[in-house]
Design a protein around this ligand. Sequence first.
Ligand code: AMP
Ligand code: ZN
Length: 118
Amino acid sequence: MAGEAQPDCLFCKIAAGEIPATVVRETDTTLAFRDINPQAPTHVLVIPRVHYPNAAELAAGDPGAAADVLREAGEVAAREKVDGSGYRIVFNTGSGAGQTVFHAHAHVLGGRDLQRLV
Ligand code: AMP
Ligand code: ZN
């Protein structure tokens, strides 16, 4: 069923505590942890506890959880003190865009000069 944990999903396993992660914040519906291969001084992933393959499908299937992920991205930025200097929220969608883990997640990047993409 939509939103249910997937047995072979890395981020479902992290959400369940079966694989360790450096957790920076958690709520009933989300988990935020440091990216294992950081691309900026602050590089935190915010995931919903429910499983959807990407951000758009999350928003369609569970709009509340999608809003929670976005709110938590802002909370992480504040906690990491990058809200003043600016930060970027990225949702890679599809392998052509660099998505490698097909459980919706927001990258929160900050703490260095982030070149403008668009
Ligand atoms: P994406 O390429 O947008 O799907 O993002 C997946 C991210 O997950 C990458 O930036 C990886 O570095 C990160 N990642 C993969 N495995 C782990 C892990 N065990 N703990 C934390 N981050 C991870
Ligand atoms: Zn998952």
